[in-house]
Design a protein around this ligand. Structure first.
Ligand code: GAR
Length: 189
């Protein structure tokens, strides 16, 4: 049974959606939500869902040892990034080989890299006049948005869509697909 830690820096709507998707299932568990921000709304969501959440300061995500110790104490064996905006420390990548995944709100390799997160992505997609956007779920390596791609889904963009409209479409894809991809990756593991 995979024991999955969810990492989130902000609102945490994906984290909540994933926890709810697996509610009542004996074969997946989510013992911990990890954030780098004490004021992130994901803590409220976690509390309401009865999942412990913890904040580590930014420095702890440079070295990663303290974060790793906490994950090991919780017997975590996989990590799901859901709107987590810091680079994942190498010590975690080494500790969970092939078992850290991220979701990016665009069709990588376009619109990825440092600084490309959340609304910045949708504004860049709009500014580039793209006719479609989507989501990319990928393995995490030491670089932003560069790990092997596991899954992509697309949505059309019309010329009068605002960045907010694009964000809404992309979030819908995230809610639909991220839990299912996690399920397919790690069921029976
Ligand atoms: C999501 O759209 C996710 O794809 C994006 O942040 C948003 C978090 O929303 N992640 C990135 O931009 C990572 N580069 P949420 O907090 O409501 O789940």
């Amino acid at each position: 049974m995979p024991r999955i830690a969810l990492f989130a820096s902000g609102s945490g709507s994906n984290a909540e959606n994933i926890i709810r998707y697996f509610e009542g299932r004996a074969d997946f568990s989510f013992p911990l939500v990890v954030s780098n921000r004490a004021d992130a709304y994901v803590h409220e969501r976690a509390k309401a869902l009865g999942v412990p959440s913890v904040t580590f300061p930014r420095e702890d995500f440079v070295d990663g040892t303290r974060v790793l110790e906490r994950l090991q104490a919780e017997r975590v064996d996989a990590v799901v990034l859901a709107g987590f905006l810091l680079r994942v420390p190498q010590v975690l990548i080494d500790a969970f080989p092939g078992r850290i995944v991220n979701i990016h709100p665009a069709l990588l390799p376009k619109f990825g890299g440092k600084g490309m997160y959340g609304h910045h992505v949708h504004e860049a997609v709009k500014a580039a006049g793209e006719t479609e956007s989507g989501i990319t779920i990928h393995h995490v390596n030491g670089q932003y948005d560069e790990g092997d791609i596991i899954f992509q889904a697309r949505c059309p963009i019309s010329p009068d869509d605002t960045p907010d409209d694009i964000a809404r479409k992309v979030h819908e894809l995230e809610y639909e697909h991220y839990p299912q991809v996690i399920e397919q990756l790690w069921e029976n593991s």
